[in-house]
Each structure stands twice: as C-alpha cells, then as structure tokens.
Design a protein around this ligand. Structure first.
Ligand code: CO
Length: 165
C-alpha cells in the first residue's frame, strides 16, 4: 500500500518530469490502482503521485463515482470567472483553505493507454484537476493563501484536534 509522504517532504515542492510512454516505466499500470486505493483509504477525491513519494506527472481523481487517471495533464485554458471554494488536501490533514480559482478549465491529458483526452471541466472536477495539477508543479494549496490566513487555519485545526481528544 502506498503511503502518504509528510507535509514537510521536499517532493511536495518539486516539479515532476513528463511521463514517458516508451516502456521505461511499465509499472505505471500497477501503480495506478494503488494510487486509487490510497486516495480512497485516506478519504480523498484526488491524489497526485508526489503525495505518495513518486516523482511522476500523474494524478487520479474520483468525483461522483467518475474515475479519472490523468497522465501528463496540461491546462490549456481557464475561464475568466473565478470562484472561492474551501479545499482540503490529503498532505495537510485537517486543514481547510478557501482558494480562488478559475471556475472552468480546458484540459488535455493522457489516459493509461497513452491516448490523449481533451475536455472542458467544470465544478468539482475543474477544482480538483487544478489542485492536483499544482501538485505536479511542486505547488501546494497552502502556498496560495497569505501567511495570516494559513496560521488561522492551522490554529483552527489544532483547536478541533484538541476538542476531539
Ligand atoms: Co492536495
């Protein structure tokens, strides 16, 4: 079973390299079900490879029973309209942050067979795709808010943890 790396692991701050379909990384097909399992076990709707210590340009998402396996994802276009939505991240348990992002995105990625998929995503699918794409570029959601907001969120998390004890 794949394990989540700690929030302080430098891999979360490292940009991943594009994935090659030339056969040098055959074990990807074995890895994907393990990533999906790790996402489900930890109660997430998305999981990027660096979060489980793999420097690959791959993430998985599961939204309303629809499964996505996105390899070498790119965001080709973003809506001008933005919205603020509270996000969580498996790498930062208990922390919720309100993040502003474009509402919809036009994206391209490869599926596990190497086929290119082009599509427009909205709602939670768009939101999650953007959050996971950030992970592949070494960006975590706490970098998208001010220090003040982040500290408030951390204090809130500690308070909740205390109350749970
Ligand atoms: Co995340």
């Amino acid at each position: 079973m794949l394990k989540l790396v700690k929030a302080t692991d430098p891999i979360l701050r490292t940009k991943t390299e594009p994935f090659n379909f030339d056969g040098s990384n055959d074990n990807l097909l074995e890895l994907i079900p393990q990533m999906i399992e790790a996402m489900r076990t930890n109660g997430g709707i998305g999981l990027a490879a660096p979060q489980v210590g793999l420097p690959l340009r791959v993430f998985v998402m599961e939204i309303e029973n629809k499964e996505f396996v996105c390899i070498n994802p790119v965001i080709l276009g973003k809506s001008i309209d933005t919205e603020v939505v509270e996000e969580g991240c498996l790498s930062f348990p208990g922390i919720k942050l309100a993040i502003t992002r474009p509402k919809s995105v036009i994206v391209e990625y490869q599926d596990p067979t190497g086929k290119t998929i082009s599509t427009e995503l909205e709602g939670l699918e768009s939101r999650c795709f953007q959050h996971e794409s950030d992970h592949l570029n070494g960006i975590t959601f706490e970098q998208k808010v001010s220090k003040l907001i982040l500290n408030m969120a951390k204090r809130r998390q500690r308070k909740i943890r205390k109350e749970e004890k």
